[in-house]
Design a protein around this ligand. Structure first.
Ligand SMILES: Cc1cc2nc3c(=O)[nH]c(=O)nc-3n(C[C@H](O)[C@H](O)[C@H](O)COP(=O)(O)O)c2cc1C
Length: 177
């Protein structure tokens, strides 16, 4: 893609067996760091949010590079299958980030109570992937609407049962492990 030509790096000879030597999968391109984040930020006027953050250290590195948001998430599970569950690392990352930038969370959100727990663990926004895709596959646009409505309904019930009236109330809730 023409827009990505400037980002071609490395020898093009991958030795990790993924992508068979195409640039973006090149071994050297796997060592993405602060300089790469700064380069993307310089390249665009859009806000840059770093996805796949799993440690407080990486969150702070991304913020120091100028990231305007952190996305606590996995990478699809097919790469490092033994990585931690994102919900287990969320609270530690949120404590370290300390509201410097918004935190988006996804990975395994299936019920309204999961949305509640993610917000109470430090997320500002909760995202979904597979439930939306399943809804789309089963029922098209209506299927997606149904999935979102169902989660909203469950989330509201959880809010009521927990005695919380607003999202801010949810975010101030203490969870017991
Ligand atoms: C088949 C598949 C491939 C994915 N590939 C990537 C990827 O290449 N990079 C990435 O950051 N996340 C990837 N993800 C993770 C999603 O972007 C998203 O974070 C995750 O699916 C959210 O969790 P949920 O599906 O449980 O809602 C992938 C997810 C799936 C299901």
């Amino acid at each position: 893609m023409a827009n990505l030509e400037d980002f071609r790096v490395g020898s093009g000879q991958s030795d990790v067996g993924v992508g068979h030597g195409k640039d973006v999968f090149d071994n050297e391109a796997h060592q993405i760091g602060v300089a790469d984040i700064k380069r993307v930020i310089d390249y665009t006027d859009l806000p840059v949010i770093i996805k796949g953050i799993q440690t407080p250290e990486d969150a702070l590195l991304a913020i120091s590079a100028g990231a305007q948001g952190i996305w606590v998430s996995n990478h699809g599970g097919r790469q490092l299958n033994g990585g931690p569950a994102s919900i287990d690392v969320l609270q530690g990352i949120a404590t370290a980030v300390n509201h410097q930038v918004p935190i988006i969370f996804d990975s395994g959100v299936r019920r309204g109570s999961h949305v509640f727990k993610a917000l109470a663990s430090g997320a500002d926004l909760v995202a979904l992937a597979r439930p939306i895709i399943y809804g789309l596959a089963l029922g098209g646009a209506q299927g997606v609407t149904d999935v979102v409505n169902h989660l909203n309904h469950e989330f509201k019930i959880t809010m009521q049962l927990a005695g919380t009236k607003t999202i801010a109330d949810v975010q101030q809730t203490s969870l017991v492990k």
